[in-house]
Structure formats: C-alpha cells, structure tokens
Design a protein around this ligand. Structure first.
Ligand code: FAD
Length: 472
C-alpha cells in the first residue's frame, strides 16, 4: 500500500491540525536541538488524545510504516529525530498538554505526556507541592520525553531520576493497544514492574500518553552559594561534608570549571566575575527545605568548616532570591556559551562519586596527549557522579574534520570511563549517536535479554527503529 493512502487516512482521522505534510511546517520537527543533525519525516502526526495516538499507530502498522515519537525535541542523542530517508512518521505529543488532576494529599498528579516540564512544575506549585525534576531544557522538554529518557538533572541527588518520580503510566503499544497503568500508588509490589521497562526505553517500546507523577512537599525556602575551590579532590571532599553537615537537605551540588564561568560571562555580558579572584573549580550548591529551619546558618557553618579544612578558598552566599537566580544564571549561560562554540563533543558519563578526581585527571591526560589544542570542559552533577566531560575541537581545525576527530576522542574518553567502572550514558540515553559504544559494552547475555524485550513489545521494530538496538 502506498504511503499516500496512509497519509489520507491519517488526515481523515486527525484533521488538518493533526497532520503536517508541508516541508516548511515540518522543518522544526526535522532538526535536532543543536541544529547539527537533520532528519526527514514522512509527515508529522499531532494527535490530540490517547485514542488518536492509538488510531495513528494502528494505521501505521496496517501500512507498514515506522514511527518516531517526539516530545520537546531537546534530547541530545538524535532519538527523536526521524531517519534521513523520509520513511518514518513523526508522532508529536505536543497537542496533549493537559494537567488532568492534582491530588495534594496523595502527593501525585496526572498529566498528559505532551505537558512541558515547566508547566507541570508550575501547576504543582499552585497546589503547594513541588515536582522536583529540574533541567536546562525544562522550558521545552515534555513529560513523555522525560519518561522516555529517564531524565535526571539538577536535583537528582535529593529526589532521584524519573524512575523514582513516576507512579503510573498510560502507554500506546506498537500495535496500537492502550496499556492503562495510571495508578497513583506509592507502593505496589504486584508482579513485574512493567512501567520501569518503559522508563528510559527511549520510545522503542511504546508511546507514553499520560503519567501519574510523584510530588514532594513544596520547599518554601532555599539558600544558594557559589564557592571557589582549588582542586577536584577538594570538591569531592566538600561534597561529603555537605551531605553530612546539611541534614541531607542538599538539593544541588554542581561542579563548574573556571572556563565555564568565562563562557557564561561571554554569553551573558551582564554577568560579572562572581568572586573577587578566579579559581580553578567552582561549586554551585543549594540547600532547600520547608518549615522553620535556618538554612543560612547551616550553609555558613558548612563554609566555615570548608575554609578551615582549606577545601573552600572563597564563596558568595546569595542573600536574596534575586541573587540566587543570578548565581544560577552562570549554570544556564555556560551552556549557551558552549553552544556558540559550534560542534563539540557532548558527553553525559557517570562513575562512582569517589572516582571523579581520578577520572578527571586520567581523562584530561589522555585527551590532551591525543589532541593538545582541544579544550576540555568538565562540569556536572557531582552528587550523582554524573559529569559532562565535553571537548571543544581545536579552534583552527576545519569544520569538515571536526566530527571524525571528536569521535576518536570520544572513544578514548569512554576507555577511561570503563577503567573507573563508569557508564557512557548517565542522562541522555543511547538513541542513535551512542549506539556503537553501547553495543560494544553489552555482554552477549545482556544483548539477548535486551533484544528479547524489544521483540516482545515491538516484533516489527516499527517504533523508533534503530534506536538503542540496531534494526534487525
Ligand atoms: P525528545 O527529545 O523529543 O525525545 C527524546 C526521546 O524520547 C526520543 O527517543 C523520543 O522518541 C522519545 N520520546 C519523546 N516523547 C515520547 C513519548 N511521549 N513516548 C515515548 N517516547 C517518547 N537531560 C537530563 O536527563 N538531565 C539534564 O540535566 C539535561 N539537561 C539538558 C539541558 C539542555 C540545554 C538540553 C538541550 C538538554 C538537556 N537534557 C538533559 C536532555 C533532554 O532535555 C532530556 O533528555 C529530556 O528528557 C528530553 O525530553 P524531550 O521531551 O525533549 O524528548
């Protein structure tokens, strides 16, 4: 059957707003966040309900057409980007953006998968609750995408990743059937945890259409500090101290190298140098709580301890919310500063927290030996053992050579990750860009089990084919 017949049937089922076929209308669904990779959708379906998602999937199945679920399109491993051959139908969840229900007593809320994370957070706040997932892309990423990638972010050390923040799911399976798993239970030990298979499956096992999210009591106060430190060893020692000294109220502990402070100031010229002197490493940390606790005194005590032990050389403690926001602005602007440097290697690796100093030392030595003119930018969520060890190619290198060069450096870097018992993907997933490195590290048994799971859910490999596992 021709794809025209499918598109006509989809148009009839979804209506004019529900199906985009014009290349100009499809442009924004066809390019990744960094603007570095292009895909070519057959068309873009924009269902407005779970029933419409199911109907879309059933029609695709009938016509033998592959599908790519797409959320906010902020993923960094090309998972939501349709293949270049124009054979995949993009299914965008963007019209399914309703907060269905909030239960502040049960600390839960039910949302459509297309809800933008920022809007979910705002809705929770209005009911005196927090939805604690926070990340740089929260103004555009969607809950469905967060679930599909098992997203983490700034507050994982306190609240966990999406796996710990989802109570129930509604999913359209690759054959179009709807799995109704929207339970709002904080405890449920019935049989296999099916929803955990969907979390982090990157749209390869089903299309998430709604979720029950776990909320936390709203934090009514927080204190933020930016500290200057002499070494990564000092950062890790301070982290141990902070976890113990702050009654486990630490909600963020970000490692930032000096170069990132400079990139942030370049990207946002209104930002001045945050401390009187420049330091090789910085920590941006936050403690948050509700109730009558003196968080300021807690942080001051920690800083005194840190200075006495010569872990902290200087620090700025935000005295107001506005000042705290300004300190966080460094974290946000440094990403924009990197983006402006064009194509570079972005990684999201993980390792035991205690291995971070050894890793940074070994990886920096290996990369600089292989490419002395490149620039290393290592920052991350230290409390989760998660580093973005990014590499900017030599400024003088021709654009055409950068991709292959960065790929070689990535392979070197991943060898050091293996040496310290780490993971090549802590947050972004495998998608298409990390597939070779992922497969190279799978044991035959793991590969057999992973292949069995995919075949059980999607024997035809119709949903996100070629992501995580290769096409058969
Ligand atoms: P998309 O990019 O649209 O899709 C990602 C994957 O999920 C694709 O494989 C897609 O097919 C699948 N998918 C999307 N929606 C659905 C659905 N409804 N059902 C099934 N599959 C679906 N990630 C972190 O974990 N932590 C961070 O701190 C972080 N910071 C970031 C900062 C910036 C500036 C940027 C650009 C990205 C960052 N990311 C981070 C990565 C990204 O934001 C997350 O992976 C996010 O969860 C992706 O959500 P999305 O809606 O944009 O998904």
């Amino acid at each position: 059957m021709s794809t025209d017949a499918l598109l006509d049937a989809l148009h009839e089922r979804l209506g004019g707003r529900g199906l985009l076929r014009d290349p100009a209308d499809m442009a924004r669904y066809s390019v990744d966040w960094a603007g570095e990779r292009l895909g070519q959708p057959l068309a873009v379906a924009r269902p407005a309900s779970t029933a419409e998602v199911s109907a879309t999937v059933m029609l695709c199945r009938e016509h033998g057409v592959a599908m790519t679920p797409q959320g906010g399109h902020s993923g960094l491993v090309a998972g939501a980007l349709p293949a270049e051959d124009g054979a995949e139908l993009v299914i965008s969840l963007e019209r399914m953006d309703r907060v269905r229900e909030i239960d502040p007593i049960n600390f839960s809320m039910v949302v459509d998968a297309g809800c933008i994370l920022d809007n979910v957070k705002q809705a929770a706040t209005e009911h005196d609750c927090d939805f604690p997932l926070s990340l740089g892309a929260q103004g555009s990423c969607q809950i469905g995408g967060n679930i599909a990638t098992n997203a983490g972010g700034l507050n994982v050390l306190r609240y966990g990743m999406m796996r710990e923040l989802v109570l129930g799911l509604e999913v359209v399976l690759p054959d179009g059937r709807i799995w109704h798993g929207l339970k709002a239970l904080h405890k449920d030990n019935r049989g296999y945890p099916l929803q955990q298979l969907l979390l982090g499956s990157e749209g390869t096992l089903g299309i998430v259409t709604a979720a029950v999210l776990k909320l936390s009591p709203r934090q009514t106060q927080s204190r933020t500090a930016l500290l200057g430190l002499p070494s990564v060893e000092a950062v890790i020692a301070l982290y141990g101290l902070a976890r113990r000294d702050c009654s486990d109220l630490l909600s963020a502990f970000e490692l930032i190298p000096r170069r990132c402070i400079e990139l942030a100031m370049e990207a946002t010229p209104t930002l001045g140098d945050p401390l009187d002197d420049a330091y090789p490493w910085y920590v941006l940390m936050e403690v948050a709580a509700s109730g009558p606790l003196d968080l300021g005194a807690m942080l001051e005590h920690l800083l005194e301890q840190g200075m006495e032990r010569e872990l902290v050389l200087d620090g700025a403690l935000a005295a107001s919310d506005a000042q705290a926001q300004q300190l966080w602005q460094f974290r946000e602007s440094m990403l924009e500063g990197q983006r402006r440097r064009g194509e570079h290697l972005r990684t999201d690796i993980a390792m035991p927290i205690s291995a971070i100093p050894t890793f940074v030392e070994r990886a920096s030595t290996a990369i600089m030996a292989a490419s002395p003119d490149c620039e290393i930018i290592a920052y991350g969520h230290v409390g989760d053992g998660n580093l973005h060890f990014n590499i900017l190619p030599p400024a003088a290198m021709a654009d055409a050579d950068k991709h292959a060069h960065l790929h070689e450096l990535e392979a070197l870097l991943f060898e050091v990750v293996d040496e310290v018992g780490g993971s090549i993907s802590a947050e972004h997933g495998i998608g298409r860009t990390k597939q070779d490195a992922y497969l190279a590290r799978l044991s035959p048994l793991e590969r057999e089990l992973a292949g069995g799971i995919k075949s059980l859910f999607d024997p035809a490999h119709a949903l996100n084919p070629g992501r995580i596992l290769p096409r058969p």
